[in-house]
Design a protein around this ligand. Structure first.
Ligand code: AHM
Ligand code: MG
Length: 336
């Protein structure tokens, strides 16, 4: 049997041999991974743990919060605030940033997360996940505020997600490819199960919420129409469709076997640009996808080049197999 490599060993090797991650960042990732184990336990308990259903509150984006959204948010904050590696955190479930309280030492990193993505799947036992992104505070000004978080995704020093599915897995990049770890429940440890993950450049699988079709912009309609025409159409091949409605699950499938994921701009709410959030959904997923040889754009530009202007800013997302994302992006340019 091949030797098992734990997350700790992987991170120590990244620190020691590749000089890629400082010890503070290693600690931060380990703490996030530990918090995800805690969330996995709550998710798995389901109705037995009285964690199902809505909490009777709304988040800053006006979405109803589920009990597990709030529990996961608290778990991540409590796990991370005392370690000394962070300056502040931002979350989909909090209006403003959470600055590390004065009683703890202040670190130089900023952690952003969607504590439990795929909220509509929580109560129906379908895969959900935690998405996270790590930035470094730039500039040496005293204290930390929301503007410190408004950095382009290319500045991320680490990103990943934990998927609570048929297996619990942690998928991570520190800028040296993508590694996947599976939770060994008996041992309570994360074990490296795939390394150097690569997304094939071509695919026959797309993921989009087809029920929004009438609201799409012409380039998206064109792209999907061509896929739907199958092997007798301009693409010359039959396409399959998958839509889990949990971005973690859809991206996990794409990292595992290729595909293209789209959550496009929607003419119902033009100013919102899309449904997904730039800082803690699109950026970390784009970092992972690019590190796996894929591509991620908003239909026009590389997502990781976008300069954010607001903490909870939304963005259109096209990510996955390179040739398909290139094609969808070219259709936008041609429609101008
Ligand atoms: P959430 O953060 O409120 O869970 O919303 C994000 C989720 C993504 O995981 C998923 O890709 C998308 O919303 C699904 O949207 P839809 O309900 O339109 O299918
Ligand atoms: Mg989300």
């Amino acid at each position: 049997m091949p030797k098992k490599i734990s997350l700790t060993q992987y991170l120590v090797e990244q620190q020691r041999e590749h000089g890629r991650i400082p010890s503070q960042l290693r600690l931060l990732i380990e703490v996030v991974a530990r918090a995800c184990k805690h969330i996995a336990i709550a998710v798995n308990k389901g109705a037995l743990g009285d964690v199902m259903g809505s909490a009777g509150s709304e988040n800053v984006q006006g979405e109803v919060q589920k009990k597990l959204d709030i529990i996961s948010n608290e778990v991540l904050i409590e796990a991370n605030e005392w370690g000394g590696h962070l300056a502040a955190m931002a979350s989909e479930e909090m209006d403003t940033i959470h600055v590390v309280p004065n009683r703890y030492p202040q670190g130089e990193y900023l952690l952003l997360f969607d504590p439990l993505d795929g909220s509509s799947n929580i109560d129906v036992n379908v895969s959900i996940g935690t998405i996270f992104s790590v930035l470094k505070k730039v500039g040496h000004h005293h204290g930390v505020d929301e503007s410190d978080f408004l950095q382009a995704g290319k500045n991320q020093v680490a990103a990943g997600y934990c998927i609570y599915g048929s297996q619990t897995m942690l998928v991570l990049t520190v800028g040296d490819g993508v590694a996947m770890f599976t939770l060994d429940r008996e041992m309570g440890s994360w074990v490296l199960t795939s390394e150097n993950v690569q997304i094939p450049a071509d695919t026959k699988e797309f993921a989009i919420n087809m029920s929004n079709q009438r609201h799409w912009a012409p380039p998206v309609t064109r792209y999907i129409d061509e896929c739907l025409q199958g092997k007798d159409g301009p693409r010359g091949k039959d396409f399959n469709m998958r839509w889990v409605a949990s971005m973690v699950a859809d991206v996990h499938r794409i990292l595992s076997r290729g595909g293209v994921f789209m959550y496009p701009w929607d003419k119902r709410e033009p100013e919102k640009a899309g449904k997904l959030r730039l800082l803690y959904e699109a950026n970390p997923m784009s970092f992972l996808v690019e590190q796996a040889g894929g591509m991620a754009t908003n239909g026009r530009q590389r997502i990781m080049d976008l300069q954010p202007t607001r903490l909870h800013e939304r963005v259109a997302v096209f990510l996955g197999s390179k040739n398909e994302v290139e094609r969808a992006t070219a259709y936008h340019a041609e429609s101008d």
